[in-house]
Design a protein around this ligand. Structure first.
Ligand SMILES: Nc1ncnc2c1ncn2[C@@H]1O[C@H](COP(=O)(O)OP(=O)(O)OP(=O)(O)O)[C@@H](O)[C@H]1O
Length: 554
């Protein structure tokens, strides 16, 4: 094992429980990894620990083992519903993985129970499960945990005896969670990278923590690598409009490997995921993103169960002993990001030779949008979300929204037309050709949805437009009258001291409003409305032309 130290488990200052040693032997984990040899003794001597170690470096056991050891050391035995340890992690997937590792180790200790509290299931079921099976170790995501804390009324008092680890990114709920935890506790914080947010959390949740930074074995202290040694990172440069074509070509050439494809937003996953299902034949595509409520856990389990080699993106990838590759698609103007990653994040990327056999699949994606309005909607949403995410990129010096080629991007998203959004307002895009098809005519494949859309369109047609639009089609001469009358009204206002509108004007205004209301209720026809509203001056200011005054207020 490349990433382990020379130290075996029995070299620890405090001997580990026999049950734990047996499991380690069964797993053939003979030596500790650096993060394990640093953290385990610290927890065992009752210290708080803030550890930063690369992904795949064995952080899970660095807290799972001490959790069990500390629970075993308790003088008072834990009652069934008494929480002795709490593990909080940012994602459901990570929670699931941790609970699997925990399970491997606690099955030798039947006195302990664990419960997984993650989203995607009914919280009531979790409450029932908790009451029924109890749980000494809770592994949770922050949202669900906060929800459970608040259920004190249901007879569940998680807060009374909770303990342990925190993770990043959910500051608000983590602070709430911290407020529920007992002051007397051991706390550890494990992360792959150090951020300011995390630092705040260390200060808020840990007491005089010992800080551990683990560099990979054999890597000089000056060039700490934050990605696992067995993960090779590649990048390729292509224009916005070529990105998806390149991705499809790459996936078609790597059909027999398991891949994780990351997009920048949930909406992009929804859109491109559907397109990939159609375009990369004989491959199962699972879409998974944060806005999915229910299916997420199952999809993740299905994906993990697939048997094939691995090609993955950095992050949850090259585990100890496993090989992983990552490939990132960058725009020409984003190439400086490679330097940034190499210097700031200690994450070097190698340039990959251009992908061969790239074919233009975008017309097929367009055809999908033309065939189903749901796909058309997805494309529009994906584009908008991408632009918004780009605008918010934390590295805005490199990812410059103002330099983004929207026309090329829209072509790459296979859009039929550009959406209306503030970022595009007032700009023209001669390099983007809209479809000649009226996109309003694109139908939903789903019959009910289409029926509903038609109904809504009809209703929209029926709804009277604001009065100013009614006058839009009026004879120009009348419109001119109106303009002049408005001008005079405003001149009159300037003369009038006190009230802007005199009684008669006010009456007219009220009368016009009444007419409009009648029209909206269908009590008069549009024709009658037009007639009455323009039917000669009632005003004392006869020179003003047809009575008016309510057009904008209506
Ligand atoms: N001492 C060890 N010897 C051999 N393999 C180990 C050892 N400790 C952990 N592993 C294995 O290494 C892999 C990575 O460990 P783990 O998931 O804990 O990494 P991690 O640091 O938590 O990564 P991440 O940041 O991605 O969550 C796992 O497959 C685990 O079973």
């Amino acid at each position: 094992m490349d990433n382990t130290t020379d130290s075996t488990w029995d070299s620890l200052p405090v001997k580990l429980n026999e049950g734990i040693l047996q499991t380690l032997e069964e797993l053939k984990f003979t030596h500790m990894t650096p993060v394990q040899s640093a953290c385990i003794p610290l927890f065992m001597s009752n210290k708080d620990v803030a550890a930063e170690a690369v992904t795949g470096s064995g952080k899970t056991l660095a807290f799972v083992i001490p959790i069990i050891e500390l629970l075993l050391k308790r003088e008072e035995k834990l009652k069934k519903m008494q929480v002795g340890a709490l593990v909080i992690t940012p994602t459901r997937e990570l929670a699931l993985q941790i609970s699997e590792v925990m399970e491997q180790f606690i099955h030798k200790f039947p006195q302990f129970t664990q419960i997984l509290l993650i989203g995607g299931t009914n919280p009531i079921e979790d409450v029932e499960k908790f009451k029924d099976q109890g749980a000494n170790i809770v592994i949770a995501t922050p949202g669900r945990l906060e929800d459970m804390f608040r259920r004190k009324a249901d007879g569940l008092d998680l807060a009374s005896a909770a303990d342990r680890l925190l993770d990043m990114g959910f500051e608000a709920s983590l602070n709430t969670i911290l407020s529920y935890l007992p002051k007397q506790r051991r706390t550890g914080l494990f992360s792959a990278t150090q951020t300011q947010e995390l630092e705040k959390l260390v200060r808020a949740g840990l007491r005089n923590p010992v800080r551990i930074t683990v560099k990979e074995k054999g890597v000089a202290a000056t060039a700490i690598q934050k990605t696992p040694a067995r993960l090779s990172n590649y990048y390729t440069i292509c224009k916005s409009e070529d990105k998806f074509n390149n991705l499809v070509a790459f996936l078609r050439q790597h059909k027999h490997e398991k891949q994780l494809v990351f997009f920048s937003t949930c909406a992009c996953v929804e859109y491109y995921g559907r397109a990939l299902e159609t375009l990369v034949k004989k491959v199962t595509v699972h879409c998974i993103h944060g806005k999915m409520k229910h299916k997420r856990n199952k999809i993740f389990a299905d994906f993990r169960a697939l048997k094939s080699a691995f090609v993955h993106r950095c992050g949850r990838t090259a585990r100890i002993g496993n090989q992983g590759n990552a490939l990132v698609f960058l725009l020409p103007m984003e190439e400086t990001y490679v330097n940034f990653l190499s210097i700031n994040q200690k994450c070097p990327l190698q340039k990959m030779p251009p992908i061969g056999d790239v074919v233009d699949v975008l017309p097929k994606v367009k055809a999908m949008s033309l065939a189903d309005r749901a796909m058309f909607d997805r494309g529009m949403r994906a584009f908008v979300s991408y632009v918004q995410a780009y605008a918010k990129h934390e590295c805005s010096l490199i990812f410059r929204i103002k330099d983004l080629d929207f026309a090329s991007l829209a072509r790459g998203f296979a859009l039929l037309r550009l959406p209306k959004m503030p970022e595009l307002r007032g700009k023209t895009f001669p390099d983007f050709t809209e479809t000649t098809v009226d996109t309003e005519t694109i139908r939903y494949k789903d019959k009910n949805r289409e029926k509903q859309r038609r109904k809504m369109l009809q209703e929209k047609d029926k709804t009277p437009l604001p009065k100013k639009n009614f006058t839009k089609n009026k004879a120009w001469s009348k419109q001119k009258n109106k303009k002049e009358r408005r001008k005079k009204m405003s001149a009159k206002r300037k003369h009038d001291e006190g009230s802007d509108v005199d009684d008669e004007d006010m009456n007219e205004l009220l009368n016009d409003t009444r007419l409009l209301k009648k029209l909206k209720k269908g009590q008069i026809s549009e024709e009658d409305f037009e007639k009455q509203i323009t039917s000669g001056p009632k005003s004392k200011h006869k020179t003003d032309g047809p009575s008016h005054g309510s057009s904008d207020e209506a």
